[in-house]
Design a protein. Structure first.
Length: 272
């Protein structure tokens, strides 16, 4: 850290490493700026809590808690404890040992770009698919094949009739133009992911694993809609309600709407 001509410069490692690695809040950074701006050439600084609170725009209680966090993280150290009418003297630590920097989460646009890349087949895959198709094969009705439905017995047909998909789309409020064959590659909505979790539990399959929920969150909107239709069709074939009841752990994991379905012992499509 350095000061020159009335300016305080924070080291790059504070914002690029310490901030994400330690989970520093804006208040932590603001208090650190005050300590740097009032330090001398040896890195010693002694602003009081009221002064830190005033210059960083926070309460004195927050200022005290923030400075204690900075000391606990090793970014500053106490040289001389405060006494009556004398503020504590701190020393700014020159890049202490820090935890590894966590991976930066992808933005919404980056997640969409990754989904598009994963959904776009390579050129040789397209050529192989075209050559494998018989020239005189009968035209088939549009359908969607979606992976991710858990195995619940023998031979699970994953071909989804577009009529079932349309019903699921209406239930989710998805626009009609987001059909399985429209090429729509948006990410699923939180409502779709929550509905998939409810359907998984209501099918008697238990609480879905975090990895499975994460896979659902990275589906396209159209594939999530088709997967909802698969779950609903599988529940229709079951012949009866197989989900949890009030008091079960799985019941508590349902959304409020899912619990309403469980109380009625009915599949969601029966209540739409």
């Amino acid at each position: 850290m350095s000061r020159a001509d009335g300016f305080a410069r924070i080291p790059d490692w504070v914002t690029r490493h310490a901030r994400p690695a330690l989970g520093m809040s804006p208040a932590d950074l603001a208090a650190y700026v005050v300590l740097v701006s009032r330090s001398n050439a040896q890195g010693l600084t002694r602003p009081s809590y009221p002064l830190i609170a005033w210059e960083a725009g926070m309460s004195e209680t927050t200022a005290a808690a923030t400075v204690k966090r900075l000391v606990g993280w090793g970014l500053v150290e106490v040289v001389e404890p405060g006494r009556q009418n004398h503020a504590t003297v701190y020393r700014l630590v020159d890049r202490p040992d820090l935890p590894p920097v966590p991976e930066r989460p992808l933005s919404k646009s980056e997640r969409r770009a990754r989904t598009r890349r994963s959904q776009t087949p390579a050129s040789w895959e397209s050529d192989d698919a075209a050559s494998a198709q018989a020239p005189n094969s009968r035209a088939q009705a549009p359908s969607t094949r979606v992976s991710g439905l858990p195995e619940s017995g023998s031979e699970v047909d994953t071909e989804v009739d577009t009529t079932q998909v349309a019903v699921a789309q209406r239930a989710l409020g998805v626009r009609a133009d987001r059909t399985p064959d429209s090429g729509y590659l948006d990410a699923p909505t939180p409502a779709q992911v929550m509905l998939l979790q409810d359907l998984h539990i209501l099918s008697g399959l238990g609480i879905p694993e975090p990895d499975r929920v994460d896979d659902w969150a990275h589906l396209t909107s159209r594939d999530a809609t088709a997967l909802v239709a698969l779950y609903q069709r599988d529940m229709d074939r079951g012949g009866g309600y197989a989900g949890p009841w009030a008091g079960d752990d799985d019941y508590d994991a349902l959304s409020a709407e899912g619990q309403r379905w469980a109380d009625a012992a009915m599949a969601p499509q029966d209540l739409i």
